[in-house]
Design a protein around this ligand. Structure first.
Ligand SMILES: Nc1ncnc2c1ncn2[C@@H]1O[C@H](COP(=O)(O)OP(=O)(O)OP(=O)(O)O)[C@@H](O)[C@H]1O
Length: 612
């Protein structure tokens, strides 16, 4: 049986191109430009001119490139999928933009007829290699005939098909030519107006670095609408890549995929290409021109290959070095950068020692002794610890602080991994996870006589915080330096201990304590006053019958007022120490108790205190 060749339905192919491959018919101009530039490259004489003319609904693209012989016209233009830009093995030749042999068909997205008049630079006149006219019809046929043309080069002519006039109009063509072609290394004009100029803005010469910087900032403003925090020059020779990265002046979500403007051999590939930078570098927007990277067939994204991968790593290196240099030359700006983009930097620090060092030296962490860098924290607290969760930090920092154990909050994104990776910088660095047992705060019940004596105080104290929805208990616990602890239902460990203490007490002193426990709500937060703390103990003794201070006997009511002030002050302080959120009612109580206590403190002994 004789083998037969596939038939190609051209309408089907054009439909495929327009609906599925290319995002928009606007790409037709890019494909024409690309062919013209490739033809100029193939001629190899440097320079080159491409003139685009738009008159009366007709588009003409002239180039002074290599042109085509009549034979080439038959094999190259008339065969879908055939390209002169691949080598014998079918690989794309790297000096050309095209490679697939389908680009010219995109002209059928806007025209029913493509006319190519061309003369090859390979032969002189009269040697049988004269100019030819090739006319391709969207229905799938073409014709070739001799034509008039003296100079080598090619002119492609399109007449707008109904509905596509807009795409071939002077304004749209000029816009498309500028968008795709403004950086091309040829002389490109549209209706006589130059489109190409000085080439890539990052390669334009300036009198001094400051004016170059201002020019690039303006470029960024025009392109992206923001003034960059910094401008970083990009250079990755193995990908033939140069460009600039603009550091965003605002924090961005690391989840938002950063998109970059990518040129390939000075032709715009796309305005928002993803995946050019490593994921951690979400704080930068780039404009790059790459000679060696490859496009996908639609030419709207980069082809994911090893080269792209190594280019990505190369770009990551450049940004990393920029940060290291900033830390050495301008720490103030580095801090400002970290405030904006710390999530990205932390993510980098997970894999990169240089970044880890920057985080260690420059990023402030929440610690039991206030905000400071990990480096500073280790200096001040050689035996300090970290908690792997924010909750644990909140719950324990006051207790830990009271026992002289410094704590770092390692509960935010990446922090625990970062802290555990610190020995990579220096094996002597030890900042260990807090062992909860180390801080065991054991709650002891008071002896029955003391409990009994406290009942009037507890009743008054409970009234003082009733409105705030909390329950007052008195226990003995370490550290004695801590007058009060505020425990929410989340503080399971402490609550359990407290419950156990209560149960033991119930067994022994059920009758005595029955009344106290009756008021115990199961899930209410507790204000635990520490009977081992001298101040808290004096406060609890305000409920005793007897002198309040200085041998003066004051009537009952003012003493209840003082209990209220003192308990509310302890309540407020316990909230603050535990980093609990303050509700408006808490702030009000904190204020009132502070002012009230101040009044008690400064009232003169002669003038009896007036209160309420
Ligand atoms: N202006 C031109 N001057 C000289 N040759 C041209 C011109 N336009 C097209 N050709 C020839 O026609 C061939 C087919 O062009 P086409 O645009 O379809 O594909 P391509 O440029 O090779 O690849 P791609 O599909 O990636 O653009 C090219 O390989 C080239 O040899």
């Amino acid at each position: 049986m004789a083998e037969q060749a596939f038939q190609v339905d051209l309408r089907g192919v054009v439909d495929l191109l327009s609906r599925h491959l290319y995002a928009s018919p606007r790409v037709y101009l890019r494909e024409l430009l690309q062919n013209a530039v490739d033809a100029i490259t193939a001629r190899g004489e440097g320079g080159g001119r491409v003139e685009i003319e738009t008159t009366g609904g007709t588009l003409r693209v002239h180039d002074d490139g290599i042109g085509l012989t009549a034979d080439e016209v038959h094999t190259l233009l008339a065969t879908i999928g055939r390209s002169s830009k691949r080598d014998e093995l079918g690989f794309a030749r790297h000096d050309f933009l095209g490679q697939f042999g389908i680009g010219l068909l995109s002209a059928f997205l806007v025209a029913d007829e493509i006319e190519v008049v061309t003369r090859s630079a390979k032969g002189g006149p009269g040697d049988g290699h004269g100019a030819v006219r090739w006319t391709g019809l969207s229905g799938g046929s073409y014709r070739v005939e001799p034509a008039e043309r003296d100079e080598p080069g090619t002119t492609v002519t399109l007449r707008a098909r109904p509905g596509a006039a807009e795409l071939l109009s002077p304004a749209v063509v000029a816009d498309l030519a500028r968008t795709y072609g403004s950086l091309l290394p040829v002389d490109l004009t549209v209706d006589g107006v130059p489109v190409t100029g000085g080439g890539p803005p990052w390669q334009v010469a300036h009198p001094d670095p400051a004016s170059r910087r201002r020019a690039l900032e303006r470029y960024c403003e025009d392109l992206y609408g923001f003034t960059p925090f910094d401008v970083v020059d990009l250079d990755v020779p193995e990908a033939g890549l140069t460009g600039v990265a603009f550091v965003l002046p605002q924090p961005v979500s690391p989840a938002a995929r950063a998109a970059h403007r990518v040129y390939l051999k000075r032709m715009l590939l796309a305005e928002s290409v993803e995946g050019l930078l490593p994921e951690w570098a979400f704080f930068a927007r780039c404009v790059v021109d790459a000679g060696e990277l490859r496009p996908t067939a639609s030419r709207e994204a980069l082809y994911e290959d090893e080269l792209l991968d190594s280019a990505r790593q190369g770009l990551g290196d450049v940004l990393r070095q920029w940060l290291v240099r900033l830390s050495e030359t301008d720490p103030g700006r580095l801090r400002a950068f970290l405030r904006l983009h710390q999530l990205g930097v932390k993510a980098m620090a997970l894999h990169d020692d240089e970044m880890l060092r920057i985080v260690d030296r420059w990023l402030e962490y929440e610690t039991s002794a206030g905000p400071m860098t990990l480096h500073e924290f280790r200096r001040r607290h050689p035996d300090g610890r970290f908690t792997p969760s924010v909750d644990e930090f909140r719950r324990l920092s006051a207790v830990a602080g009271a026992q002289g154990v410094g704590l770092v909050n390692g509960g935010y994104v990446h922090d625990t991994e970062i802290i555990e990776r610190l020995p990579a910088l220096d094996p002597d660095i030890r900042l260990a996870r807090l062992d909860a047992a180390q801080l065991t705060t054991t709650f002891g019940v008071l002896d029955p006589a003391a409990e009994l004596r406290l009942r009037p105080f507890l009743a008054a104290a409970q009234r003082a915080v009733e409105r705030l929805g909390c329950e007052v208990v008195v226990r003995e616990f370490d550290p004695a330096s801590l007058p009060a602890l505020y425990l929410t239902s989340r503080d399971a460990q402490f609550r359990d201990e407290l419950a156990r203490a209560r149960e033991e007490a119930d067994e022994l002193w059920a009758d005595v304590l029955g009344a106290v426990n009756a008021t115990t709500g199961v899930d209410r937060p507790q204000l635990v006053l520490n009977h081992r703390n001298p101040l808290a103990r004096r406060v609890t003794s305000l409920g005793d019958d007897g002198p309040v201070s200085g041998g003066e006997t004051t009537p009952h009511a003012p003493r209840d007022d003082l209990i209220e002030l003192a308990v509310q002050a302890l309540y407020g302080q316990a909230l603050l120490l535990g980093h609990h959120p303050l509700r408006p009612a808490d702030t009000a109580v904190l204020n009132r108790s502070f002012i009230g206590l101040l009044e008690w403190a400064v009232h003169s002994p002669e003038a009896p205190h007036e209160h309420g």
